[in-house]
Design a protein around this ligand. Structure first.
Ligand code: TRP
Length: 458
């Protein structure tokens, strides 16, 4: 029965047209606001170098093995994450409760999407600010005032949040092949080129080396238990891991693609973009006497200074924010895809109806984030406002817990012959053994220890 279903679903969903298309889409999911907006500002808040080092270790030792595991699980079942867990637990004769993992993923996706869309809305608004010349010749205090005034207005944030959410839903409603591949393919290289350009500008500022020092000279005295958790959470967030997004993409992947190679390419590209964003932003911070720990507005208070003062800055500014919006779109798509796939496959919704409902729920939740930057700025629970709470809950708790479970499932529950077959790494081969070790021991233990450390047990 399950097998018949599989074949049906597969032809209904379609497959990626090539290895390249898959890598592009998965990189599109990974590279987004997480790299350009979030990585720099949390690096700034957590003291720089040591945080970056922990982040890089997490990507290498937890992120890449887990990405392989997610793609593998998705490809084996060819289903949405809830169904994937159901099918694969049946295949391994394991406990049924594993499918709650798929549910948590769908919930995490909604929660993340709700605030992601608000921040992506800021980026959309900044396309227009760049276009109307708001940055030209602006001073640091003017650029900061521009941002502060903007986020102080709930109406404008709601407007741009709505625009972005609609755009996401329209793309998802159009279906996998048509919707995803075209838009991602064009804008990723563009974003990359603009990042290089910004790094070039950063090199001309007198804060360049100070910026590099901040990013790459670890000062371990600045590292707290919580910042280690934040770094680990960011590795999950940036690589789109722990909630089934990459699992979902993996479900459309043809059998002949090497999962290990694809994962390394995706993680490599994602890491390079995050580091480039840091290298572009911190020199601007230091050469203008700004604070590295100024929070979620950091990108919006620094890069406009570069565009306002560099040659051709008007054009590059407009292009940069357009590319950023598209990078955000290719990520937000993957945040709802598991929910939409589930509504279609299990609840018999049409694609349009599934998109409409998912979009509406995430949009309403997003209002909480909108107000976190103005009316509810100081309404706090556990010392965090709504946005900070959702961010902490998802990136630092749900994704690592999801990742922990996926690692345990791939390492301990799934039959080894199946993982061997999917990964297509010969069993005796060192690379398979390394993967198996990382996914069975290192990744779960790391998540566990970091949690213990935060609650103060260690
Ligand atoms: N990785 C994306 C970014 O860096 C965000 C994202 C997309 C995501 N899909 C995800 C995060 C799934 C966690 C889980 O912007």
């Amino acid at each position: 029965m399950a097998d018949e279903n599989r074949i049906d679903k597969k032809s209904q969903q379609g497959e990626w047209s090539s290895r390249f298309a898959f890598i592009l889409a998965a990189t599109g999911s990974a590279v987004g606001l997480g790299n350009i907006w979030k990585f720099p500002y949390i690096t700034g808040e957590n003291g720089g170098g040591a945080f970056v080092l922990v982040y890089l270790l997490c990507v290498l030792l937890i992120g890449i093995p887990l990405m392989m595991a997610e793609i593998m699980l998705g490809r084996r079942s060819k289903e949405n994450p809830v169904h994937t867990m159901e099918l694969l637990t049946a295949e391994a004769n394991a406990d049924k409760n594993w499918h709650y993992l798929g549910w948590m993923g769908i919930a995490a996706g909604f929660l993340i999407l709700s605030y992601y869309s608000v921040i992506a809305g800021w980026s959309t608004a900044y396309v227009f600010k760049a276009f109307f010349g708001s940055f030209s010749g602006a001073s640091p205090s003017e650029v900061k005032a521009l941002f502060d005034d903007f986020v102080a207005s709930p109406m404008s944030l709601i407007f741009w949040h709505t625009v972005f959410m609609l755009a996401t839903m329209i793309i998802v409603a159009r279906g996998i092949e048509k919707g995803f591949e075209k838009s991602v393919g064009l804008l990723m290289p563009g974003l990359f080129a603009l990042m290089i350009l910004l790094v070039g500008y950063a090199m001309t500022t007198d804060g360049y080396f100070k910026g590099l020092d901040f990013l790459f000279k670890p000062d371990f005295s600045k590292l707290t238990a919580d910042s280690v958790l934040v770094a680990m959470g960011q590795a999950f967030f940036s690589l789109s891991l722990g909630m089934g997004a990459i699992m979902c993409y993996g479900s459309y992947l043809p059998k002949d693609v090497s999962i290990a190679k694809a994962s390394m390419i995706i993680a490599g590209a994602d890491t390079v973009v995050a580091l480039l964003a840091g290298i572009a932003i911190f020199p601007i911070v230091f050469s203008n006497g700004l604070e590295p720990n100024s929070g979620p507005g950091l990108v919006f208070e620094t890069l406009p200074l570069a565009f306002g003062n560099m040659f051709g800055g008007w054009l590059f500014g407009v292009l940069f924010f357009i590319a950023l919006v598209f990078a955000a779109l290719s990520s937000s798509i993957s945040l709802v895809e598991p929910a939409v796939a589930w509504l279609i496959e299990n609840k018999g919704f049409s694609r349009e109806k599934a998109c409409l409902w998912s979009g509406l729920v995430a949009w309403v939740l997003g209002l909480g984030t909108v107000f976190s930057f103005n009316a509810w700025k100081n309404v706090k629970l556990f010392e965090r406002n709504f946005f900070e709470l959702i961010d902490y809950l998802t990136a630092n708790l749900m994704l690592p817990i999801g990742g922990f479970c996926i690692a345990v499932f791939a390492g301990w529950i799934m039959k080894q012959e199946h993982s061997k077959e999917e990964l297509d790494l010969p069993g005796e081969h060192l690379s398979f053994q390394v993967w198996k070790f990382l996914v069975s021991y290192i990744a779960p233990a790391a998540v566990f220890l970091v949690f213990l450390n935060v609650v103060g047990v260690l």
